[in-house]
Design a protein around this ligand. Sequence first.
Ligand code: PMP
Length: 385
Amino acid sequence: MPAPPPIYLDNQATTRCDPRVLERMLPYFSEHYGNAASKTHSFGWTAEAAVALAREQVAASLGGNASEVVFCSGATEANNLALRGVAEAYAARGKHIVVAATEHASVLDCARELERTGWDLSIVPVGEDGLVSIPELRAALRETTTVVSIMLVNNETGVVADIPSLAALVHQECPKAIMHCDAVQALGKIPIDVAALGVDVLTVSSHKVYGPKGVGALWRRRRPRLVVHPQVFGGGHEGGLRSGTLPVPLIVGFGTACEIAGRERSEENARLALLRDRLLDGLRSSVGGIVVNGSIESRIASNLNIAIEGVTADVLVSEIGDVAMSTGSACSSASAKPSHVLGAMVSAERARTSIRMGLGRFTTEEEVERAIVCIAAGIAKVRGA
Ligand code: PMP
């Protein structure tokens, strides 16, 4: 009998492109290959119309306006554009930036780069639940604070921040400050409404929401108009904010992925919450010493991040080849450093014994049952070794 296929439980690292998304993308690789910036023929017009529709779809998924959306290569670029672009535009107001300790590397490293060029940087700590508290944020704000960046959903723990309250505090204490939010892990998982969040600029990425890799977007408020200095110069695409020929098939895919997520999110979440709870219960009833990292109440439905007593996560993951999951953040595993997110929340020992499991649209009940057996057996083996 052939071996069962591996089980993918790493949907926070990336998701499979939905076949419906791929289907809509394909014609834009073949017959509709025009450049969306070509104004003189139908090839260009067709591409431009497809981009316009996708822009509407992405904007709708954020509660924003299409004219506020700037396409770029992904959220790493969008975060760089947001932080550096806003910092450059508003430096005269004061050169102090505030970020949370659990931000993605594309925010943290960008903030450190600003620090290198003369900005003051404050990194706000989080509690054991992974959340930034109002008093901690208030303590970090100064008269010179110009940029604040706090993510909506954490990529390792799935914890959901109370951005409306945090943004309200920022705007109340520092009326001139610009509030940025990395909403990459929130898109398609919880409703996003830029007005209700109270943010000025926000980033999203396609490949976390069953769209293709290599495309993302920056949303920035138009009324009153937020100025963002471009970081890539050239032909003046995207209103001069991000030059470069638009990757039309990827943008079409991103738009479609947003549209599907908007339609299916509630039902999908209900299913994933049941699977996630079953995964936790199954593991707990098979092996002891499991603790959930981060708030369980304020968390997306599809994430489970657990510490397993006495089990080094790297050893466990290499033991369980059949289940794809991660220790710390796969997004930064190129650097193979311990997770800075868990490091900010729990003890080094607990971080060392933690694994992240991310369920997704294509995760089945059968896979969850099989994963429980595989992971429990791996834990028993590592503990017995
Ligand atoms: N922010 C968060 C919270 C993420 O999870 C990721 C992806 N790991 C990024 C930013 C970067 O996104 P991209 O892969 O599109 O560059």
